[in-house]
Design a protein around this ligand. Structure first.
Ligand code: SAH
Ligand code: DHB
Ligand code: MG
Length: 221
């Protein structure tokens, strides 16, 4: 029942504050067409990321986990004309579908989809001098979340904002002995943050059309 009210309120707020245009709707349709499981962020979450990018005056964005490019499009739309977003996706099929969606959204010039496992691509980015990024969204597979966060900080500058999706997982993170690899990945990240004093962190707990979850937000000192 509570799920129902959360979804209903989310849909109500989405209609007013985060309506999807044709390009965003087409992303979700493309996932159906290619039988790709829906794991995109929600519309109000997309709008939240977009506002964060805008607030940060971000020109250089890094994303881990592209899927169909839904979150990519929300963020890239807040970039200035000379802004750039690099998104890393390990599944070539997802990457190809995302490319089509990004083209349909008219964002090809501002977005690069890099195909590869994030842990292989991230060290290459350091070499390429693609860094520092102003804004980093981590939303790939959950077990290496700690390593992803470590790399995000390495590729950052003071003031960079790092957002990490899915860190609450319906409250499953309260089970310290969980054998769910995603929960363990999140807990390993949270644990590692106890020892870090180079980032200032909070978590936004979220309900809505997706399961009860949350986004971690960090600002690099
Ligand atoms: N950010 C997207 C959703 C991403 S879903 C959105 O909100 O629209 C997670 C994606 O991460 C999937 O497409 C999956 O293929 C990809 N992924 C999984 N393991 C990965 C890895 N090791 N490196 C990069 N991407 C990975
Ligand atoms: C899953 C992954 C996500 O990034 C998400 O937002 C929701 C679900 C998943 O792997 O099930
Ligand atoms: Mg996610």
């Amino acid at each position: 029942m509570s799920e129902n009210i959360f979804s209903s309120v989310d849909n109500f707020l989405t209609e007013q504050f985060a309506p999807e245009d044709a390009a965003l709707k087409a992303v979700l349709q493309s996932l159906d067409d290619h039988q790709i499981v829906h794991m995109s962020i929600s519309p109000v979450q997309g709008k939240f990321l977009q506002l964060m990018v805008q607030l940060m005056h971000a020109k250089n964005i890094l994303e881990l986990g592209t899927l169909g490019g839904y979150s990519t499009i929300w963020m890239a739309r807040a970039l200035p004309v000379d802004g750039f977003l690099l998104t890393i996706e390990s599944d070539p099929k997802h990457a190809q579908v995302a490319e089509e969606n990004i083209a349909r959204a008219g964002l090809t010039e501002k977005v690069e989809v890099r195909v590869g496992k994030a842990l292989d691509v991230l060290p290459a980015l350091a070499e390429e001098k693609a860094a520092p990024f102003d804004f980093i969204f981590i939303d790939a597979d959950k077990p290496p979340y700690k390593e992803y966060f470590d790399w995000a900080v390495k590729l950052s500058r003071p003031g960079t904002c790092i957002i990490v999706d899915n860190v609450v997982r319906g409250g499953k993170i309260l089970d310290a002995n969980s054998d769910d690899p995603a929960v363990r990945g999140v807990l390993r990240l949270l644990e590692s943050l106890r020892d870090r004093d180079d980032v200032s962190v909070t978590v936004l707990q979220q309900v809505g059309v997706k399961e009860h979850d949350g986004m971690l937000m960090a600002v690099v000192k």
